[in-house]
Ligand binder design. Structure first.
Ligand SMILES: Cc1cc2nc3c(=O)[nH]c(=O)nc-3n(C[C@H](O)[C@H](O)[C@H](O)COP(=O)(O)OP(=O)(O)OC[C@H]3O[C@@H](n4cnc5c(N)ncnc54)[C@H](O)[C@@H]3O)c2cc1C
Length: 370
């Protein structure tokens, strides 16, 4: 194991995709994750947008029914705004199934996968791992930090790090079928979700009930906000959580793509690179697109032996295309009281407001193609 082309740290969607693309081009790749199983400790709701579904071949049996209907609620949930698209806009992934399928694809491509294996740091020309059999060191020509929003690899490579983070938490449980059309319910209430939204995604198979916001602004903490929201959340007729309830959660970087995401020793992908829409907090489409770019750049560097090829992996250039969304993020962060949120709904109910909301929710601009 000691001399590799690429060590990929983190087997979320970003790490799995990057590792697979590199192995398919003949490179020797080791993918490590501290999770003992990829079907556990899931952090994401798993809503995939249409653009991802169009461009990436995700296994059909791991996707829930299409969602076309979004309902936006002010605090108090009265007079919501309903938007219906003429196209299938979202599908919720069975993330355990998707990670497992992606791991099989990676292994088929030749990636060696070590689960239950934590990256613990860099030592001179080697990388330190701690696996089920204790510590081990590996040498790799490049390391890829796909290790999430609080990336240790970013720190060790002295690359940029996420400073602007939301935290989110949700409950997931099965729901009875036939309770109405699959719907994405979003509640704009800063007392529940300060700086972001509370949500219910009910696709007729599962419901995801969650809140996210700035960690220091939840009046009684994140858990209490989720508890309060779950008690009165919209869109759950007859769904009284009789079955098992899965809990998910984690940090969400919303400061926009980081500027320095690559150097001659390696690079960052996914949340580690801040590749999340600052406005919608969607990171699944960005992590797939940025991973494809990362694999192209590393492939060139490995084939030609020119480490400088990594210079092409420039976060600053891509970040410029996030300006509009970062301005809207700052706007959403300013919604600090239920009164301001209610006032925003006055605008949202006008034709211009509805058109703007449709643009954000049903637009095709998840992440710029690098
Ligand atoms: C509550 C919540 C809901 C969300 N919902 C959506 C949504 O519906 N749609 C959407 O598009 N986006 C959503 N996001 C964002 C999206 O989930 C992320 O942007 C995306 O999953 C990032 O993938 P990733 O592979 O970069 O990171 P991750 O999926 O976080 O993977 C990082 C991996 O690195 C591993 N790791 C970390 N440190 C180490 C280490 N030292 N050694 C070894 N392994 C390590 C972790 O175990 C983990 O498996 C949500 C986020 C949250 C928190």
């Amino acid at each position: 194991m000691s001399d590799l082309d690429v060590l990929v740290v983190g087997a979320g969607l970003a790490g799995l995709h990057t590792a697979t693309l590199l192995a398919r081009r003949g490179h020797d790749v080791l993918l490590v994750d501290r999770r003992p199983t990829l079907a556990g400790a899931i952090r994401t709701t798993g809503i995939f947008v249409r653009r991802t579904l169009d461009d990436f071949p995700l296994p059909e049996d791991c996707l829930g029914p299409p969602i076309r209907r979004v309902v936006l609620y002010p605090p108090g949930l009265r007079r919501p705004v309903t938007l219906v698209s003429g196209r299938d806009e979202y599908r919720v992934g069975d993330m355990a199934g998707l990670y497992t399928a992606a791991a099989h694809a990676a292994a088929d491509a030749g990636v060696r996968i070590a689960l239950g294996t934590r990256y613990t740091g860099r030592r001179a020309d080697a990388f330190a791992l701690y696996g089920p059999d204790g510590p081990v060191e590996v040498r790799a020509r490049f390391v890829v930090g796909a290790d999430g929003a609080r990336s240790r690899v970013a720190r060790d490579l002295r690359l940029d790090r996420n400073r602007h983070l939301l935290v989110g938490a949700e409950e997931v449980f099965a729901v009875p079928a036939g309770q109405g059309p699959p719907t994405f319910h979003c509640v704009l209430d800063p007392s529940l979700a300060p700086g972001y939204l509370a949500w219910v995604v009910n696709d007729g198979r599962h419901a995801h009930v969650g809140v996210a916001g700035y960690p220091d602004r939840f009046p009684g903490g994140l858990r209490q906000a989720l508890h309060r929201f779950a008690a009165s959340a919209p869109g759950l007729p007859g769904a009284d959580r009789l079955g098992q309830v899965e809990r998910r959660g984690g940090p969400i970087p919303v400061g926009g793509l980081l500027r320095r995401i690559g150097c001659s020793d390696g690079l960052l992908v996914g949340d580690a690179a801040g590749a999340v829409s600052p406005l919608t907090a969607g990171g699944l489409d960005p992590c797939l697109r940025l991973s494809a770019h990362a694999a192209d750049v590393l492939d060139e560097a490995l084939r030609t032996g020119r480490r400088e090829a990594v210079r092409r992996y420039d976060g600053a250039a891509l970040r410029a295309r996030f300006r509009g969304r970062m301005t809207l993020r700052r706007g959403l962060a300013q919604v600090r009281t239920p009164a301001v949120a209610a006032a925003a709904f006055t605008l949202l109910r006008t034709p211009i407001g509805r058109a703007a909301a449709r643009g954000v929710l049903f637009g095709d601009r998840s992440f710029p193609n690098p």
